[in-house]
Design a protein around this ligand. Structure first.
Ligand code: FEO
Length: 397
């Protein structure tokens, strides 16, 4: 069921309480998500974004309870990804000729996915659409996070429909930022930024500056996932600016993957050295074989240094660590120090492989690594403690 945001705007999306994996299996959604669609009514009526395709029929049924579909004059698709354009499948059967306003790249992505020649109207930054007393202005946001992404600004109500930007995969009964648990909200917001937007941080910064320079009043930010930023809406914009500037906290994360606990013991020795050298640092130990990969990446995003350990297996590294390295490479983290460690029984390639992976991902890698033959003995533990201290010196150099 929809709800009224104000006299001219209604939320008409779907809440996906059951979602636990998004983007196939790539993104964990521990708290579900929502696909936010907005009905904007003035002398003319526009629908901004739709929902994910499995909800397409339900979306249209619900929409019919809000409005006679024939009264929808325009459809705005801010982004062609299926979680926002999927509702078009059922909707366009009902109102086939309705113009769809989107970027030229969105025409390509929507046609590529649905193979339909709907009535597309291409728009670019600065183009406007009058609804009567109120006007929608389009702002392209290329690569935030697809080439087709854009935002739509509604004057007089001063609402920015930001699509994915400023969103969270967070299903909640309270749909405003001030009616939900703040720690849950910001945990989901930072996870979303870390796992989806990090590679585009420079563009995030540029786009936000561009929006701020326009000097437009923003009373509300309505993203396409999660809650609406109604109370102090610019707080999430300020937060994005901070995250976009090669964010780091005073945190070091030690990730490890272990076959017979030896690499875990090494992780603990390193951590002891770090704690001795810099007691103020926030230290996180994460067994990547047992931890959700997106949660690991969120901790890495927050860290100024990452120590990654794996046992050696078949002349290589354990598979979850290999997967993590692949994801780190894609996310293009900046301003992070790295180092590698791992136990072995005979060949012992793992630290070298990890170092190469971290180096290829732009980490400032400490040349020295820490290896332990079989189970670390007292001498090896001392070596690990010294290694942890060296890592602090490496970060502070
Ligand atoms: Fe929420 Fe890029 O889709």
């Amino acid at each position: 069921m929809g709800f009224k945001i104000n006299e001219h705007v209604k939320w008409v999306g779907n809440i996906d309480w059951d979602l636990r994996k998004f983007h196939g299996e790539e993104y964990s959604a521990h708290r579900g998500s929502s696909y936010n669609s907005y009905l904007v009514e003035d002398e003319k009526t526009a629908l901004i974004d739709t929902v994910w395709s499995p909800f397409s029929e339900e979306f249209v049924q619900n929409l019919k309870e809000e409005i006679d579909l024939k009264k929808i004059d325009y459809i705005i698709i801010n982004h062609g990804e299926v979680d926002h354009s999927g509702g078009l499948i059922a909707l366009m059967k009902e109102i086939p000729g309705t113009p769809i306003y989107c970027t030229a790249n969105a025409v390509k992505s929507i046609k590529g996915q649905y193979h339909q020649d709907w009535n597309f109207i291409k728009v670019k930054t600065g183009d406007t659409l009058s609804l009567g007393k109120r006007t929608l202005t389009f702002v392209e946001a290329r690569m935030l996070h697809w080439p087709d992404s854009m935002m739509t600004y509604m004057d007089q109500e001063n609402i920015l429909f930001s699509n994915d930007a400023f969103g969270q995969h967070y299903a909640s009964s309270g749909m405003y930022n001030d009616t939900v648990d703040q720690s849950e909200l910001f945990q989901e917001a930072i996870k979303y930024y870390a796992n989806i937007l990090t590679p585009f941080s420079k563009l995030v910064e540029k786009k936000i500056n561009e929006l701020l320079e326009l000097g437009i009043p923003v009373d509300m930010i309505c993203p396409s996932h999660g809650v609406i930023w109604k109370k102090n809406p610019l707080q999430i914009v300020e937060q994005y600016m901070e995250w976009a500037k090669d964010y780091q906290e005073n945190q070091i994360t030690i990730t490890y993957e272990t076959m017979w606990e030896n690499t875990r013991k090494m992780a603990e020795a390193i951590g002891e050295g770090i704690a001795q050298q810099d007691p103020a640092v926030k230290l996180k130990y994460i067994n990547v074989g047992k931890t959700d990969k997106n949660d690991v990446l969120t901790e890495i995003f927050k860290s100024k240094g990452v120590l990654m350990g794996s046992s050696t297996i078949n002349n290589g590294i354990l598979s979850n660590t290999a997967g993590l390295l692949e994801m780190i490479k894609g996310l293009k983290f900046k301003r992070k120090a790295g180092a590698a460690f791992g136990s072995y029984g005979w060949s012992g390639e793992s630290p070298k492989i990890i170092n190469e992976g971290l180096d290829a991902s732009g980490f400032q890698v400490m040349e020295k690594n820490y290896k332990a033959l079989w189970t670390p003995d007292k001498e090896s533990v001392e070596e690990g403690i010294a290694f942890g201290k060296d890592f602090i010196n490496h970060i502070n150099r």
